[in-house]
Design a protein around this ligand. Structure first.
Ligand code: UDP
Ligand code: MN
Length: 326
């Protein structure tokens, strides 16, 4: 136990999906509704691949109550972590390293000492085959990062919860910071002797086209798909009529996995969302294009001539600017 620690943690166990092996869990994290939706799809995908382990999610108070209610239906534990308000050593570390905000929240997974072993999964992942054999590996087991293969990618890692390790990680965070500004840099600084396992346990979706022959050879073994990068599955547009995702240029290779993600979302997540919340979700651009996406598409030279970028809309925009004198 870290001296003076009093982590503000609320812990509610859902009765749904209670499983035999209570001592091991998949753990994920969501600090907003978008990632929480991602976590819901991830949770369902693990359930439908018959995992025998618990599902646990750490959330911050910025996740809306209605989404939190949905999380209780899928996850065995929904743990509220508020580093900003905790008044503990994590908060003190955060004051020294404010740039590592979400990283400190992620580090909280080492405090889950009710579990003997866990697998952390980013909320932007999707399970396509049962990955439970991960639990037979020691801390810290992970997959190489495609950007710098000497490092592991921190979207998936096997770890053993421990207050001692947690305290050491906080110390490293304070003293050395993170060389990439996030959890991956920090964890790679601390865990230098990590164990490498197959890429199929954290298959970055873009690998499907960056090394196509390897994907054709090994892709069939993929267990966990990682939608790494700036555009997450819930930010793509889904066409209800065709029942498929409208993939922008540069994203076509992801279509099969994005469609699998959306199939779970439409079938298992969306029906549970009350009307009022559905309207809030529209603000997350679920099935709709955000202003940023629209700008990015425009900059890629792919205007939506019949929709948002139609002549009438552009004319109306110019008129409004002329009238306001800007
Ligand atoms: N995350 C979060 N809120 C954020 C950013 C990240 O909850 O605003 C969590 C979430 O679990 C996410 C993980 O941290 O999957 C890592 O971030 P991300 O997946 O966006 O990074 P990438 O894998 O694209 O490098
Ligand atoms: Mn990720």
């Amino acid at each position: 136990m870290i001296s003076g620690t009093s982590v503000k943690v609320t812990d509610v166990t859902s009765k749904c999906y209670r499983v035999a092996n209570m001592s091991q869990a998949y753990v994920t994290l969501a600090t907003n509704d978008g990632y929480a939706i991602g976590a819901l799809v991830l949770g369902h995908s693990l359930r439908s691949n018959n995992t025998t382990r618990d599902l646990c999610i750490m959330i911050t108070p910025t996740v809306s109550p209605s989404i939190k209610a949905l999380l209780h239906g899928v996850f065995n534990k929904v743990i509220s972590v508020d580093v900003l308000d905790s008044g503990d050593s994590a908060h003190l570390s955060l004051l020294k390293r404010p740039e590592l905000g979400i990283t400190f929240t992620k580090l909280h997974c080492w405090t889950l000492t009710e579990y003997s072993k866990c697998v952390f999964l980013d909320a932007d992942m999707l399970c396509v085959q049962n990955p439970d054999e991960l639990f037979s590996h020691p801390e810290l087991t992970a997959v190489t990062d495609i950007g710098w293969p000497d490092c592991f990618n921190s979207g998936m890692f096997v770890f053993v919860p421990s207050r001692d390790t947690y305290a050491k990680l906080l110390r490293v965070a304070e003293e050395k910071g993170s060389f990439d500004g996030g959890d991956q840099g920090l964890l790679n600084t601390y865990f230098t002797d990590w164990h490498r396992i197959s890429f199929v346990f954290n298959m970055v979706a873009s690998a499907t086209y960056t090394y196509l022959p390897a994907y054709k050879q090994f892709g069939v073994n993929a267990k966990l798909i990682h939608f790494l990068g700036s555009m997450k599955p819930w930010q793509h547009r889904y066409d209800v009529t065709s029942g498929s995702v409208q993939t922008p240029a540069g994203y076509h290779h992801l279509a099969p996995y994005l469609n699998s993600w959306w199939a779970i979302y439409i079938r298992l997540v969306q029906p549970g969302i009350p009307e009022m919340v559905a309207q809030q979700l529209a603000g997350l651009h679920l099935g709709q294009e955000s202003i940023q996406e629209g700008l990015a598409r425009w900059e890629r030279g792919e205007p939506d001539y019949l929709g948002r970028d139609s002549f009438a809309n552009i004319q109306a925009y110019i008129d409004s600017k002329l009238k306001s004198g800007k």
